[in-house]
Structure formats: C-alpha cells, structure tokens
Design a protein around this ligand. Structure first.
Ligand code: HEC
Ligand code: HEC
Ligand code: HEC
Ligand code: HEC
Ligand code: HEC
Ligand code: HEC
Ligand code: HEC
Ligand code: HEC
Length: 245
C-alpha cells in the first residue's frame, strides 16, 4: 500500500504541465540566433547596423564650419554639440546642398533649457520667459554660438520705459529723446555719475512751436512770449505727452 498523501498528485501534474509549456515555449518563441554570441539575439547586431545613421557628430561639421567652431569654443555653449540645436545632420554632411539642417530660431527652443524650472541647479542661467523680453527672438540679443550676456542696454527706453511708452502714443512720438535732452554718451552706461540734462527754458520748445520757427508747417504754433505767461511750458504741458485739448 502506498502512503503518499493524496494532494501530491495534482502538484506533480501541474509541474509536468509547466515544464512541457516551458520546453515548447523555448523551442518555439526564443529567436533563432539567441545565445550565439551571448545572452542576446546575435542578429540584432546586424539589424541595428543596417539602420540609417542620422547624427554625424560634431567633428564632422568642422571641415566646412570652422568659423562657428571658433566662435563656440570657450563660450558658455562649448559643451553643446552642434546637433543638439540643429538636429540630426548626417544627410547634410553627405550632401550639404541637398539637405539643410534646421536652425532653432523660435523662442520656445532656448526655453527648453533656460526656462525657469526649480529642479535645475540654482546657478544654471534661467529666465522667466513671460517676463524676459517677451515677444522678441532670443537671437536679437544673444548670439547662439557664443551667448555672452549683452552689456548694459543703451537705448533710452531700456531704462526709461515709462517715459518711452507714454511718448510713443503721444503727439511727440516721432521726436528723439535727444531732441530735448542733452545726454552725455556715458549716461547710457553710468547713469548715476553721468547726468542727463533736462530743458531749463522754453527755447527747447520754441525751436519748433514759436510763431516764426523754422520748422515743419504742420507743427502748431504759439506766441512763446504771450502764450504761457510767466510759467514754463511744462508747467502746463507734459512734454512726453503734450495735449492742448
Ligand atoms: C561638406 C561641407 C559641410 C559640412 C561637413 C557641414 N556643412 Fe553645414 N553647410 C554647408 C553649406 C555649403 C551650407 C550652406 C547651404 C545652404 O544654405 O543651404 C551649410 C549650412 C548649414 C547651416 C545653415 C542653415 C540655415 O538655416 O542657415 C547649418 C545650421 C549647418 N550647415 C549645420 C551643420 C552641422 C551641424 C554640421 C555637422 C553635423 C554641418 N553643417 C556640416 C556645408 C557643410
Ligand atoms: C544653442 C544652440 C546651437 C548650437 C549648440 C549650435 N548652433 Fe548653430 N545656430 C543656432 C541658431 C539658433 C542659429 C540661427 C541664428 C540666427 O538666425 O540668428 C544657428 C545658425 C547656424 C548657422 C548659420 C549661419 C550662422 O552662423 O548664423 C550655421 C552654419 C551653424 N549654426 C552651424 C553650427 C555648428 C557647426 C555648430 C557646432 C559647432 C552649431 N551651429 C552649434 C543654434 C545653435
Ligand atoms: C541643451 C541645452 C541648451 C540649449 C538648447 C540652449 N542653451 Fe544656453 N546654455 C546652456 C548651458 C549648459 C549653458 C552654460 C551654463 C553654465 O556655464 O553655467 C548655457 C549658457 C547660456 C547663456 C549664458 C548665461 C550667463 O549666465 O552668462 C545664455 C545667454 C544662453 N545660454 C542663451 C541661450 C539661447 C539664446 C539659446 C537658444 C538659441 C540657448 N541658450 C539654448 C544650455 C543650453
Ligand atoms: C531684448 C534683448 C533680449 C532678448 C530678446 C532676450 N534676452 Fe536674455 N538677456 C538679455 C540681457 C540684457 C540679459 C542680462 C540682464 C538680465 O539678466 O536681464 C539677459 C540674460 C539672459 C540669461 C541669463 C540669466 C541669468 O540670470 O543668468 C539667459 C539664460 C537668457 N538671457 C536667455 C534668453 C532666452 C532663452 C531668450 C529668448 C527666449 C532671451 N534671453 C531673450 C537680453 C535679452
Ligand atoms: C542704463 C540705464 C539708463 C539709460 C540707458 C539711460 N538712462 Fe537716463 N537715467 C538713468 C538713471 C538711473 C537716472 C537717474 C540718475 C540719478 O538719479 O542720478 C537717469 C536720469 C535721467 C534723466 C533725468 C535727470 C534728472 O535730473 O531728473 C533724464 C532726462 C534722462 N535720464 C534721459 C535719458 C535719455 C534721453 C537717455 C537716452 C539717450 C537715457 N536717459 C538713457 C538710467 C538710464
Ligand atoms: C519735447 C521735448 C522732450 C522729449 C522729446 C523728451 N523729453 Fe524728457 N523731459 C522734457 C522736459 C521739458 C522735462 C522736464 C519736465 C519737468 O521738469 O517737469 C523732461 C523730463 C524727463 C525726465 C525726468 C523725469 C520725468 O519723467 O519728468 C526723464 C527721465 C526724461 N525726461 C526722459 C526722457 C526720455 C527717455 C525721452 C525719450 C523717450 C524723453 N525724455 C523725451 C522734454 C522732453
Ligand atoms: C522737434 C520739434 C518739437 C519740439 C522741440 C517740441 N515739439 Fe511739441 N510738437 C511737435 C510736433 C511734430 C507735434 C505734433 C503736431 C501734430 O501732431 O499735428 C507737437 C505737438 C505739440 C503740442 C500739441 C498737442 C496737441 O494736442 O495737439 C503741444 C502742446 C506741444 N507739442 C508742446 C511742446 C512743448 C511744451 C515742448 C517743449 C518741452 C515741445 N512741444 C517741443 C514738435 C516739437
Ligand atoms: C499756463 C498753462 C500753459 C503754459 C505755461 C503753456 N501752455 Fe501751451 N497751451 C495751454 C492751453 C490751455 C492750450 C490749449 C488752448 C489754446 O490753444 O490756447 C495750449 C496749447 C498749446 C499748443 C497747441 C496750439 C494749437 O494751435 O493747437 C502748443 C503748441 C503749445 N500750447 C505750446 C506751448 C509752449 C511751447 C509753451 C511754453 C512756451 C506753452 N505751451 C506753455 C496752456 C499752457
């Protein structure tokens, strides 16, 4: 008499089935060249090497674009490969006239790396895109191959934006700031030490608005002596937005 416990039988059956399934699966499902060279499909090597190569690598660009290399080397973007920005360019290297790589001129591209993101190291140069010169292409101020920070902006409007914005929609829109202000060049870079002058008497206004002024017919005229009485013109007219009515 056997004294095997009854529940061994189903277990033996289950294991037999599993082993059979395993053997069948191994024979049918394992790819042909698997294991020939190691624990992978040897054919994969050929498959991959047949894929078309799309990246050329940075050295491939040197022959024809050494000027860009020179610009980029030692710059903040030194570590970036050309194709990071210009996309896969192997075709271009083979046939430069047939295929031209794209150049990422749109703002969105630079923002991928430079848009503020708290997970980036705090020293990494980051900007808030919606506040950093919105609407303007990055390249109007930064050179992509050598992105030095532009020196202090020198347009009057860069620092006196409020004045410039008001003037822009006024009757004086077409007047340059320096028509009325005497500004030393150095004021643009060192404004606290190099002062800009403000007009001190009506002669500034008179050269265009005086009755006999030698200026365009369209400019409204007044009698400078009479018109404002003993007040300065800008006691009544804001010079950056003069209104008469
Ligand atoms: C065999 C010479 C040659 C090689 C190598 C070469 N280029 Fe050019 N590349 C040219 C010529 C020629 C032009 C101008 C053709 C044109 O304007 O369509 C050009 C133009 C460009 C432009 C300008 C596109 C534009 O919108 O103005 C970019 C960007 C560029 N190449 C990137 C690369 C990169 C990146 C590599 C390396 C992967 C590279 N090139 C390798 C010859 C070459
Ligand atoms: C940070 C992104 C970036 C990298 C990295 C970069 N470029 Fe450019 N490149 C640009 C942009 C953006 C323009 C378009 C500039 C413009 O229109 O003012 C451009 C323009 C060009 C042009 C057109 C002519 C010119 O000088 O404006 C060539 C050629 C070129 N790049 C080649 C290269 C090569 C070669 C490398 C690698 C040594 C490289 N670039 C690396 C972004 C990049
Ligand atoms: C793939 C990521 C990447 C892209 C795309 C990229 N940059 Fe940069 N940029 C960098 C790195 C990395 C540095 C160097 C940071 C450092 O040295 O701390 C840098 C530095 C700069 C700096 C210098 C900031 C400083 O503190 O002096 C400016 C400006 C800049 N990039 C502008 C641009 C512009 C404009 C574009 C679009 C044409 C652009 N970058 C695209 C990675 C990128
Ligand atoms: C109108 C000119 C102008 C335009 C357009 C402009 N920048 Fe700048 N950028 C500056 C000036 C000036 C500075 C240095 C002063 C400052 O931080 O605001 C600067 C600084 C930077 C810095 C360094 C910030 C830091 O704190 O280190 C980065 C990065 C940068 N810009 C990227 C960009 C990118 C990306 C774009 C396009 C989305 C762009 N800039 C468009 C003028 C400009
Ligand atoms: C880099 C920034 C910057 C630029 C660019 C700049 N200014 Fe100024 N400007 C200032 C600052 C700051 C003051 C205030 C100086 C002070 O408090 O001593 C000032 C003061 C002035 C004043 C007032 C002086 C006063 O006595 O109240 C005038 C007028 C003026 N600027 C005109 C101009 C004109 C016109 C331009 C362009 C040709 C210009 N500025 C460019 C920063 C600038
Ligand atoms: C039509 C002549 C005229 C033009 C053009 C003009 N200004 Fe003025 N500006 C004046 C006069 C006059 C004052 C003195 C106002 C006063 O003292 O109340 C003045 C004052 C200022 C001041 C001192 C602060 C203030 O708001 O009164 C600044 C700053 C200034 N101007 C900057 C500029 C800039 C920047 C531009 C160009 C965008 C400009 N001005 C164009 C005539 C002019
Ligand atoms: C370089 C010439 C020039 C100078 C200097 C000048 N203006 Fe004007 N002004 C104009 C022009 C141009 C108009 C616009 C005429 C038009 O739109 O029909 C104008 C318009 C005006 C108007 C009429 C606005 C209206 O509502 O019709 C007033 C007021 C005025 N200026 C005041 C002044 C004062 C005050 C000064 C001195 C701080 C001054 N202007 C300096 C050229 C000048
Ligand atoms: C006491 C306030 C006051 C002073 C000071 C003053 N104006 Fe006027 N100005 C006015 C008023 C109010 C008007 C509109 C009613 C009118 O045409 O007399 C005017 C109108 C003007 C006009 C428009 C004339 C037209 O035909 O449309 C000009 C130009 C002008 N002023 C220039 C000046 C100049 C230049 C000075 C300095 C010499 C000056 N104003 C000083 C109050 C003043």
């Amino acid at each position: 008499m056997s004294h095997r416990p009854w529940h061994i039988a189903p277990l033996v059956a289950l294991f037999t089935i599993l082993i059979v399934v395993f053997l069948v699966a191994r024979a049918k499902l394992v790819p042909e060249t698997f294991g020939d060279l190691g624990f992978y499909r040897a054919q994969a090597l050929d498959d991959v090497s047949e894929l078309e190569i799309s990246y050329a690598g940075m050295d491939a660009c040197f022959d024809c674009h050494d000027d860009v290399f020179e610009e980029k080397s030692g710059s903040y973007h030194d570590g970036l490969s050309c194709e990071v920005c210009h996309g896969p360019s192997a075709k271009h290297v083979d046939e430069p006239d047939e295929f031209t790589p794209t150049a990422p001129r749109e703002r969105g591209y630079c923002i991928l790396c430079h848009g503020y993101n708290p997970s980036r190291p705090s020293g990494f140069p980051q900007i808030l895109p919606e506040q950093h010169n919105p609407g303007k292409v990055c390249m109007s101020c930064h050179e992509p191959h050598n992105p030095l920070l532009p020196h202090t902006p020198e347009e009057c409007s860069a620092c006196h934006r409020d004045v410039a914005n008001v003037k822009q929609v006024s009757h004086h829109a077409t007047l340059e700031c320096v028509t009325c202000h005497d500004v030393p060049d150095a004021h643009r870079t060192d404004p606290r030490n190099e002062h800009a002058e403000k007009p001190i008497d009506p002669s500034t206004c008179a050269k265009c608005h005086a009755d006999g002024a030698d200026s365009s017919e369209k400019i409204p005229r007044v009698d400078i002596e009479e018109h404002g009485g003993r007040y300065l013109c800008w006691d009544c007219h804001y010079p950056h937005y003069p209104e008469s009515k």
